[in-house]
Design a binder for this molecule. Structure first.
Ligand code: GLN
Length: 547
């Protein structure tokens, strides 16, 4: 049976709870344990699938097709454990399940209440898979004191009481603000936050205090005393140059030891931190740098492309170069020359996206990369734009476009080289979709196989012709244009196993021009960079040397 670690946050949001959880997961693995990480989000959306990236950052997709919080991306990047649908839950999902049960009459006429019906639903979720791992780390989104998070706090409190003593611990993250005028770190907000937590029945075993300045022993002792936490369980969380230093940094502060102590595990198994030392070395010992443009729509909000940014960093680590990422807003050159905005970059990446805004600029970015022989990686919408560019400018189809844009405008303006897919095959069953149905969960989501053409660039990069990658899209490149486009030199080098859905295209007379219908960034890890990102950065280094 798994031991449970509940991670909460106080004082302010954005403290890096997800990172601390992920780093702790990695440290427990380094000590030989198996782990799973879970996120409980208090918002009322059923999942983040329908939220704008401005609201919520990236939507992280799991192999089994769940649209989840971007923290699950951190969990995977640090532990390598593939997240599942059952690793993410929101108040919205909990309430909709409870209400479905109520409508079905499952509660036998009882009055439905937050306690016990909502809390029981949360507790059931926490139990899933508890016999599979040594440690289950469950992060509660938001900040203690939030009204909508209360059922989650109540549920974890009850859960720890239901379990035998010593099987659950609570770890709380807070902030120690620094007052420059008096040159002091202030502990009062932490004290208040712990007080708030204790008022709802949760006494933290570990406190992680984020601080921009070293925490003097005196302050640490004071926090321990006032918050009723052992001094060696008051852990400092300092700012780091790279998030991937977090496991080593938290280890140096004694986090994993404090956790094992809190569970009474002695002697603690020795950690093997070789992987994280290598990661550290690759971040700090680089030779040269490359400049990559991400040409997209949500460029003001880097979290919208979180996994892409991380995967580029991993690509840099694999080649021991620093990757400078610049966000370029494609809308700016929807109606203008793209060249002044794109010249000087060693590689261009067009990420996924939804809606027509900014797509003419993305098409121009694909054209620029093709003609100037600059490495191009098109992801999902970025692949669709590359195909439309090929059809328009090389395939003699000037009105090629995506049905997505016609659906949006309500006018028929384009020849749909990219069309709305309504039926497809997953494994050995058919999936169907009707237009005009719910917006949530209606995409081709999750892991699908693809067969690669042997001898193609992608087959060489992957080192295999059978791959599995994660998807999140409604539209597909239409195979009826495959032969025509292949004659122009755009090879359809990856297809769905039934040969109906194009998964990868590549320009044959180009040093590195690849479009993929899936999201390779979701599977990249610092200790196992995704081959496409590793090779994309290698190609960028070559381009940088040509200049
Ligand atoms: N909007 C496109 C589609 O739905 C691309 C989606 C994406 O880039 N994730 O097919």
């Amino acid at each position: 049976m798994a031991r449970y670690i509940f991670i909460t946050g106080g004082v302010v949001s954005s403290l890096g709870k997800g990172l601390a959880s992920a780093a702790l997961g990695a440290l427990l693995q380094a000590r030989g344990y198996t782990v799973r990480l879970r996120k409980l989000d208090p918002y009322l959306n059923v999942d983040p699938g329908t939220m704008s990236p401005f609201e919520h950052g990236e939507v992280f997709v799991t192999d089994d097709g769940a649209e989840t919080d971007l923290d699950l991306g951190h969990y995977e990047r640090f532990t390598g454990v593939a997240a599942r649908n059952t690793d993410s839950i929101s108040s919205g999902r909990v309430y909709s399940t409870v209400l479905e049960k109520e409508r079905r009459g499952d509660y036998l006429g009882k009055t439905i209440q937050v306690i016990p019906h909502v809390t029981n639903e949360i507790k059931e979720f926490l139990h899933i898979g508890s016999d599979e791992v040594d440690f289950m780390l469950c992060e509660i989104g938001g900040t203690v004191g939030d009204i909508e998070a209360l059922p989650f706090f109540e549920a974890i409190r009850q859960f720890s009481q239901d379990k035998p003593r010593g099987e659950c611990i609570f770890m709380h993250l807070t902030l120690l603000p620094y007052l420059a005028a008096s040159g002091e770190l202030k502990t009062k907000p932490t004290q208040h936050s712990v007080k708030e937590l204790r008022s709802i029945g949760i006494a933290p075993d570990i406190l992680v205090c984020r601080s921009e300045h070293p925490i003097p022993d005196k302050e640490r002792a004071k926090i321990g005393l006032f918050c009723n936490v052992r001094v060696d369980s008051v852990i400092a969380g300092y700012d780091l140059k790279s998030i991937y230093e977090a496991p080593l940094a938290y280890h140096a502060q004694g986090l994993d030891q404090a956790v094992l102590d809190a569970f009474g595990i002695a002697p603690a198994p020795k950690p093997d931190l070789a992987v994280w030392k290598d990661v550290y070395d690759r971040i700090h010992n680089t030779d040269g740098e490359v400049n990559v443009a991400i040409v997209g729509k949500y460029t003001q909000l880097e979290d919208a492309y979180k996994s892409i940014k991380e995967a580029l960093i991993h690509g840099g680590m694999s080649n021991r170069v620093k990757v400078n990422v610049k966000w370029v807003d494609s809308e700016v050159f929807d109606d203008a020359d793209a060249a002044p905005h794109l010249e000087g970059f060693d590689a261009i990446l067009v990420p996924g996206g939804f809606g027509e805004r900014g797509t003419e600029g993305k098409i121009k970015a694909a054209e620029f990369a093709r003609l100037r022989k600059i490495p191009y990686l098109g992801i999902c919408l970025g692949m669709q734009m590359a195909v439309i560019e090929a059809a328009r400018n090389v395939g003699n189809m000037p009105d090629a476009g995506s049905e997505e844009f016609d659906h949006e405008s309500g006018k028929k303006r384009f020849t749909p080289v990219v069309y709305h897919l309504k039926e497809w095959v997953q494994g050995n069953h058919k999936v169907k979709r009707n237009q005009g149905g719910d917006k949530g969960g209606t995409m081709r989501l999750g892991a699908y196989d693809a067969a690669l053409t042997s001898g193609s660039k992608v087959a060489e990069i992957y080192g295999t012709t059978a791959i599995e990658e994660r998807h999140r899209h409604r539209y597909e490149v239409d195979i009826q244009y495959k032969d025509k486009l292949e004659k122009t030199g755009l090879l359809f080098s990856g297809m769905s196993p039934d040969g109906r859905l194009p998964e990868i295209v590549e320009w044959q007379d180009h040093p590195w021009f690849i479009g993929v219908q899936f999201h390779p960034e979701l599977k990249s890890k610092p200790f196992a960079p995704h081959p496409l990102f590793a090779d994309f950065i290698r190609a960028a280094i070559e381009t940088s040397r040509l200049v």
